[in-house]
Design a protein around this ligand. Structure first.
Ligand code: SME
Length: 165
């Protein structure tokens, strides 16, 4: 299966290797499993965090004018469990209905700090018919960690999630 998938990249990780394509297959299976939404987003967060540069992974859902943290995986909990839309990178991605990649969080005035070691961040809205339902938020402890592959991969996970959330 090496190199034949859509995303093509394989990364060395602590325990063996992580392939975006193998991960995409596992995620698609669970998303289509018919399990409860919360169980699915918990699983998605845990699986995504296997990618070495994904330090903290969360899924926020939209509730009225706020983003509410539904699931997360990472070394510690965030204080930002409810974020007003329009606040932070998280709020901006939903307000603009587009993926936002921040290569250096310390250089972005919109950034709401959660963890001292975060250096870069990607936020991918989960859209259905152009309306935002939720979003995937990922922090990395590396500067400029997120590539075009990450964006394409996560947008495809977001599209799958949009069909069940
Ligand atoms: N940094 C985010 C807030 C959420 S935490 O990263 C989990 C932001 O700027 O919106």
């Amino acid at each position: 299966m090496k190199g034949v998938g859509k995303f093509g990249e394989v990364m060395a990780a602590e325990k063996g290797r992580v392939s975006y394509d193998e991960l995409a297959v596992r995620l698609e299976k669970i998303i289509r499993s018919g399990s409860q939404k919360k169980a699915i987003t918990d699983f998605v967060c845990r699986e995504l965090r296997k990618i070495p540069h994904y330090t903290w992974v969360g899924v926020y859902r939209i509730e009225g004018g706020d983003l509410v943290l539904q699931s997360w995986s990472g070394p510690s909990a965030t204080q930002h469990t409810r974020i007003p839309i329009g606040s932070g990178i998280c709020g901006a991605a939903v307000a603009e209905r587009t993926t936002i990649v921040v290569p250096d969080v310390n250089a972005d005035p919109r950034y709401l700090q959660c963890f001292l070691n975060t250096r870069s961040e990607i936020v991918v809205p989960i859209l259905r018919d152009g309306t935002a339902l939720a979003e995937i938020d990922i922090d990395s402890d590396r500067v400029d960690a997120f590539t075009e592959t990450d964006r394409t991969f996560l947008e495809s996970v977001a599209t799958d999630l949009a069909s069940i959330l």
